[in-house]
Design a protein around this ligand. Structure first.
Ligand SMILES: NC(=O)c1ccc[n+]([C@@H]2O[C@H](COP(=O)([O-])OP(=O)(O)OC[C@H]3O[C@@H](n4cnc5c(N)ncnc54)[C@H](O)[C@@H]3O)[C@@H](O)[C@H]2O)c1
Ligand SMILES: O=C(O)C(=O)C[C@@H](O)[C@H](O)[C@H](O)COP(=O)(O)O
Ligand SMILES: [Zn+2]
Length: 358
């Protein structure tokens, strides 16, 4: 199956199936060289992919694993590799790996020669349902998550579900946090599918799992088609910022942990926090708030973080991209499917909501 993203930067397809890799060669037409940027666990797959690209010069660039790839040093090192290979504007960057590898590879493509074509081949659940779609690319700084980057849409996204067979269970759970996020901000059927059978939802070979992936990608595709660059927040329509539900606290926790915590784990805590804030400030019903703990806790994602960390987390939260001047802006929920912006929320309520996680 495919999901079409009607992006302002040009429409593209997300291919989702257990043999989606077969669609890759057709996306590279016109290129002489392909830079295949991948993380170490994907080495064998990278060799397999190289074999599919008959007639093209494949420059395999193995980057460090996980968040260690998303640094200024690795970005500059990738540019050096492209310079040495004489990479030109008709060539294509392919990102192969989890969200960290595709965020980095996408930013390499966005920045090299002011932008070359990019094809994303996500290999984690989180990469497929979120990171590879929608054109947000970038790297971290010590000061915070994704602080440097660009919007650069891919030419295509290839979600080959068979690649998930080797993904560790903890990573599947982490990716499911973003799927559940899509359920809370938009598609209630996602919440039903997960709550009806938690184990089946985490089985990457199940029909239910494939349906969850399709639904989450559809939510993301619709949101980014309407607001690619996250500039449209007008009243009840908060545009792309909706996808940031749970991320203000989540990113602060990731920065405090020096990017060693899984993204899905951090935003799981962030969503439970925002449900508590939303109950207090936006009238979110108790049942939807409780469902956060049931579903996220049910798939063994963390629901709380160190209590004494609050002052530091609150400081880190101010560097969030949604802030304007000194005004903190959070994404909350007034009901399932109704994300809202909370601008300059009462600090005592934030403290109280955080304390309630204990
Ligand atoms: N650009 C966006 O819109 C967007 C959206 C959501 C998240 N993100 C970013 O994505 C990143 C998280 O991505 P992630 O959760 O995929 O983490 P990750 O990229 O660190 O991957 C998790 C681990 O799984 C390994 N792995 C990936 N695929 C595998 C496979 N098929 N078999 C075995 N191992 C495999 C990776 O090498 C890594 O060790 C974060 O940096 C987050 O900020 C970006
Ligand atoms: O695509 C978006 O927009 C999102 O906010 C999706 C998030 O899940 C993702 O983690 C994204 O990278 C966060 O973006 P940031 O702008 O807060 O760094
Ligand atoms: Zn995220």
């Amino acid at each position: 199956m495919t999901v079409r993203v009607e992006s302002k930067a040009g429409p593209y397809e997300v291919h989702i199936s257990r043999d989606a890799l077969e669609a890759l060669p057709a996306q590279l037409e016109g290129a002489n060289r392909v830079a295949l940027i991948h993380s170490p666990p994907l080495e064998d797959v990278a060799h397999h992919v190289s074999g599919l690209l008959d007639g093209l010069e494949v420059l395999r660039i193995e980057v460090p694993d996980a968040e260690e790839a998303k640094t200024p040093g690795i970005l500059a090192w990738c540019w050096d590799q492209l310079a040495e290979a004489g990479f030109t504007r008709n060539d294509v960057v392919v990102g192969l790996g989890g969200g960290t590898a595709t965020d980095l590879a996408g930013f390499v493509a966005a920045s090299w020669l002011r932008g070359v074509a990019y094809v994303s081949v996500p290999t984690s659940v989180l990469g497929m349902v979120d990171a590879a779609v929608g054109g947000k690319t970038g790297i971290n700084l010590t000061a915070g998550k994704n602080l440097v980057g660009a919007f650069h849409e891919p030419r295509a996204v290839i979600c080959d579900l068979s690649l998930l067979d080797s993904l560790p269970a903890a990573e599947v759970r982490s990716g499911m946090a973003e799927v559940i996020k899509c359920g809370f901000i938009a598609d209630p059927q996602i919440l039903r599918l997960v709550s009806d059978d938690l184990d089946d939802s985490l089985d990457v070979t199940s029909i239910r799992f494939a349906e969850l992936v399709r639904r989450a990608i559809t939510v993301k595709a619709e949101v980014v088609a309407a607001d690619l660059t996250e500039r449209t927040s007008i009243g009840a329509d908060i545009g792309r910022e909706a996808l940031n539900y749970g991320h203000t606290l989540g990113h602060a926790i990731e920065a405090r942990e020096r990017f060693t915590l899984r993204h899905g784990e951090a935003i799981s805590i962030g969503m439970v926090f925002m449900a508590e804030v939303s109950r207090r400030l936006l009238g979110l019903d108790d049942e939807t708030a409780a469902m956060h703990r049931e579903l996220l806790g049910g798939i063994e994602l963390p629901l709380r973080y160190e209590q004494e960390a609050w002052p530091e987390l609150r400081r880190l939260m101010s560097l969030d991209k949604k802030s304007r001047g000194s005004t903190l802006r959070l994404v909350g929920l007034s009901a399932q499917g109704r994300p809202r912006i909370l601008a300059d929320p009462d600090e005592r309520v934030l403290e109280e909501a955080y304390a309630s996680l204990a």
